[in-house]
Write a protein that binds this ligand. Structure first.
Ligand SMILES: Nc1ncnc2c1ncn2[C@@H]1O[C@H](COP(=O)(O)OP(=O)(O)OP(=O)(O)O)[C@@H](O)[C@H]1O
Ligand SMILES: [Mg+2]
Length: 218
C-alpha cells in the first residue's frame, strides 16, 4: 500500500480564482524518490504545502497510511509523519546548526535522550564538519545550509521527506552530494522522498517523475 495518496484533489487560493491544482491524483510509496517537475507558477510549492498539510485542499483528499490527513491532527502529522525542506531553508539564522536541529526535535515533541548527541550525529552524517557545527547558520554556505535544512527535516525520523528545489542554488558537485543523500534516504532507509526540482540530475536519480502542468483553467 502506498504511504501517501492524493485523490482527485483541487486547490484554489481563493474562491472564484483559477484552480492552481485541478483534479490531481497521485500515489507515493516508501523506498522511492519522486521528482515533481513543472514550469514556474505551475503549482509545485502549492502541492508540497498541501502534502505537508500546511494548507488544505478545496476538493479531494490526501491520505497517509489510509487515513485522511485533514481528519487527523495536522500538527501531529507535520511533527511525525513528514519532514519538510523548504525552498529558502527557513533556518533560524542566529542559531547554530546543532541548535536548529535541536529546536526541530523540541517542536516535534519527540523524546530523545541525548538531543545534542542526536543532532550532532545527523549533521555529521550529512557532511557538516565538526568546526561548522556551532557556527550561526547565517555564516554557512548555501550547500551547508541545505544540509542543515535536511538534518532538521530528519531530526524526528519521519517516513516522508518533502523537499522544494533542494539543489536549486548549488554547484554541480554539491548538487551531486545532496542527490546522494536523498538517494540513500529512499533506497537504504526506506523513506518516501518527494522532491520538487528543475534539475535533470535529480530527475535521473528519481524512481518516478511527475509533471505538474498547472495550465488548466477552472
Ligand atoms: N499565497 C498565495 N496567494 C495567491 N496565489 C498564490 C499564492 N502562492 C502562490 N500563488 C499562485 O499559485 C500559482 C502556483 O504557485 P507555486 O508557488 O505553487 O508555483 P511553483 O510551481 O512552485 O513555481 P516556482 O517554480 O516558481 O517555485 C502561481 O500562479 C502563484 O502566483
Ligand atoms: Mg516553488
Amino acid at each position: 500500500m502506498s504511504i501517501l495518496k492524493i485523490e482527485n484533489m483541487s486547490f484554489a487560493y481563493s474562491p472564484n480564482t483559477r484552480k492552481v491544482i485541478d483534479g490531481l491524483s497521485m500515489e507515493f510509496d516508501e523506498g522511492k524518490v519522486y521528482a515533481l517537475e513543472g514550469r514556474s507558477g505551475a503549482g509545485k510549492t502549492t502541492l508540497l504545502s498541501l502534502l505537508a498539510a500546511l494548507t488544505s485542499p478545496t476538493e479531494g483528499t490526501i491520505t497517509v497510511n489510509g487515513e485522511n490527513v485533514f481528519k487527523k491532527d495536522t500538527y501531529a502529522y507535520r511533527a511525525s509523519d513528514v519532514g519538510i525542506v523548504f525552498q529558502n531553508y527557513n533556518l533560524l539564522p542566529k542559531l547554530n546548526a546543532i541548535e536548529n536541529v535541536e529546536l526541530s526535535i523540541d517542536i516535534s515533541g519527540r523524546e530523545v535522550p541525548d538531543k545534542r548527541r542526536h543532532a550532532t550525529d545527523i549533521l555529521t552524517q550529512l557532511g557538516i564538519a565538526d568546526y561548522d557545527l556551532e557556527r550561526p547558520v547565517l555564516q554557512m554556505s548555501g550547500g551547508q545550509q541545505q544540509r542543515v535544512a535536511i538534518a532538521r527535516a530528519l531530526s524526528y525520523d519521519p517516513p516522508i521527506i518533502l523537499a522544494d528545489e533542494p539543489t536549486g542554488n548549488l554547484d554541480t558537485k554539491t548538487e551531486q552530494e545532496i542527490i546522494q543523500i536523498f538517494d540513500e534516504l529512499a533506497h537504504r532507509r526506506n523513506k518516501c522522498v518527494i522532491i520538487v526540482t528543475h534539475s535533470k540530475r535529480v530527475a535521473q536519480m528519481a524512481d518516478e517523475v511527475f509533471s505538474i502542468d498547472g495550465m488548466r483553467e477552472s
